[in-house]
Design a protein around this ligand. Sequence first.
Ligand code: NDP
Length: 323
Amino acid sequence: MIKIAIIGYGNLGRGVERALTLNKDMELVGVFTRRAPETVSTYGAKAYHMDDLLNKKGEIDVCILCGGSATDLPVQTPEITKFFNTIDSFDTHAKIPEHFEHVQQAAKEHQTVSIISTGWDPGLFSLNRLYAQSILPSGKTYTFWGKGVSQGHSDALRRIEGVADATQYTIPNEQVIQKLKAGELLELSTRDKHFRECFVVLEENANAEAVEKEIISMPNYFAEYDTEVHFISQEELNKEHKAMPHGGTVLHIGNTHDQTKQVIEYNLTLDSNPEFTASVLVAYARACARLAKEEQFGAYTVLDIAPKYLSSSDDETLRKELL
Ligand code: NDP
């Protein structure tokens, strides 16, 4: 049995607790939180304060870190990797090399294993970009996200004065995807690839026109996109727009001899982004435990991990059933 601790209990932490029930070779030691444990309501797992984590050192094989990428993981992953093998889902793409260096230092010095930036993007999408570009070096790779809820963009809407609540969907441009699949090699701007659709609940007496203007002109979030804004009631938002679906497509259009067209497509359609991301983290926790057993200490990303390390089946079974 691989013994797992969940560090941080938000959407992803809850997803990991659920995913572990589907993986019979793993057991959950507990949830560790910075909040008062009695205020954290789990699906049944025991909750402990973070201060108790080191007391459980002998009982935990892998810590699955479920904190946020903005401020939690840059601190927590290097620190906890000094004492435990770790997995995280750090998704600030531009800062992954820097994060890797910090975690690598801790893992090498303290003889632990850490696999960072697992999940689907970064994560499974990164792997598919690598496969596609290695197999068809002549081609071009495009990544489309959605249709799905972007937590970052929804948060940005909620911070606008006059907005009581909001949900933002990222929507890929299907027409462009079809053109690419038909073999057209297109130079695409940010605006060409995705639309943004916002469902917004206004506070009483808020000025809808001013709110809409602020949304569509917000730099880095909406100004670079065609954005549609719908004002709705809190009841409708709660009923129709509180789930966390997401997904996307990695598309690689390439050619082999004499312009022979070859298309590689990898697609995810997810009812729950956090539950799916959590399932990826759990599979990589298995790889982490195995690398630690082999004393292959250090930091890794999904690009470094042999696929068979994700599986609970032995090599012979995999050769028989999957090849
Ligand atoms: P949350 O905001 O739900 O949780 C983040 C942390 O906040 C938790 O670990 C928890 O820490 C704390 N927290 C949670 N709920 C509360 C609360 N009610 N009050 C106070 N603190 C709370 O984030 P998510 O779980 O949705 O996402 C975590 C990260 O996962 C994201 O930042 C993103 O970077 C990453 N991610 C990566 C993906 C990928 O493909 N690589 C895909 C999706 C997400 P504590 O218990 O210690 O208080």
